[in-house]
Design a binder for this molecule. Structure first.
Ligand code: GSH
Length: 220
């Protein structure tokens, strides 16, 4: 039996959660309270860096969401979330890496602003939006007119970029400029794996309140 340690609001966890559901794998989910559960000795023995997600399979602890995604494909190859053609493999990896290396740092100020964690300057917001637009254009270009990044097959490219997709509009990135990306987002959101893992407005409010309390306690 697979055991999946996560929190529903973590985007790093969500890509693994979506993959588990897309691959129809049975698993036990352990929801962590990041106010301290991750620092308990039992969890530190699974991940000394005290991060979620962690996947435990038959006594093997796998940390780092991308390592977990690779592990799942190797151990449970059907249905596959891996592209098969050379162009598909390149597209899949490019989209994955652009998401973590370009999109994630870029949208940081937009996320903080959206969550009410900090008041960012107008310049910082404008600059973040401008950089994020480069990523959105890249996605739209790679998507073309296909249903998914690698054509008819859903791959890890869709899983990794697609767990950010529902947040583009709330982050202040108007999707009307990207109709094919919007259609892709709607396509993903209509899937069981995305619908199941999308946080509710109540989850978001509770998360925001918890984070604000923690930040206040740390004097931030
Ligand atoms: N590179 C890691 C990042 C994991 C990560 O940053 N997890 C955050 C939640 S999104 C966490 O566990 N934070 C709690 C802590 O660091 O104590 C991955 O992709 O799995």
């Amino acid at each position: 039996m697979l055991t999946f340690y996560h929190t529903p609001l973590s985007i790093n966890s969500r890509r693994v959660w979506v993959a588990l559901l897309e691959k129809n794998l049975p698993f036990e989910a352990i929801v962590m309270d990041l106010g301290g559960d991750q620092l308990q000795p039992e969890f530190l023995s699974l991940n000394p860096f005290h991060h979620i997600p962690v996947l435990v399979d038959d006594g093997l602890s796998v940390i780092e969401s991308f390592a977990i995604l690779d592990y799942l494909e190797a151990k449970y190859p059907t249905p596959s979330l891996l592209a098969t053609t050379p162009e598909g493999v390149a597209t899949m990896r490019m989209v994955e890496m652009v998401t973590v290396n370009e999109l994630v740092p870029t949208i940081n100020p937009l996320t903080k602003q959206m969550m009410g964690f900090s008041q960012e300057s107008e310049d910082a917001i404008a600059q973040a939006k401008q950089k994020a637009e480069v990523v959105l254009k890249f996605y739209a270009d790679k998507l073309g007119n296909g249903p998914f990044f690698c054509g008819e097959q859903l791959t890890l490219a869709d899983v990794v970029a697609g767990t950010f997709a529902p947040w583009f509009e709330p982050l202040g990135l108007p999707m009307a400029n990207y109709p094919t990306l919007q259609a892709w987002t709607d396509r993903l959101m209509s899937r069981h794996a995305w619908a199941t893992t999308q946080p509710s407005p109540e989850d978001l409010t509770a998360f925001r309140d918890r984070m604000k309390q923690r930040m206040a306690a740390q004097g931030q």
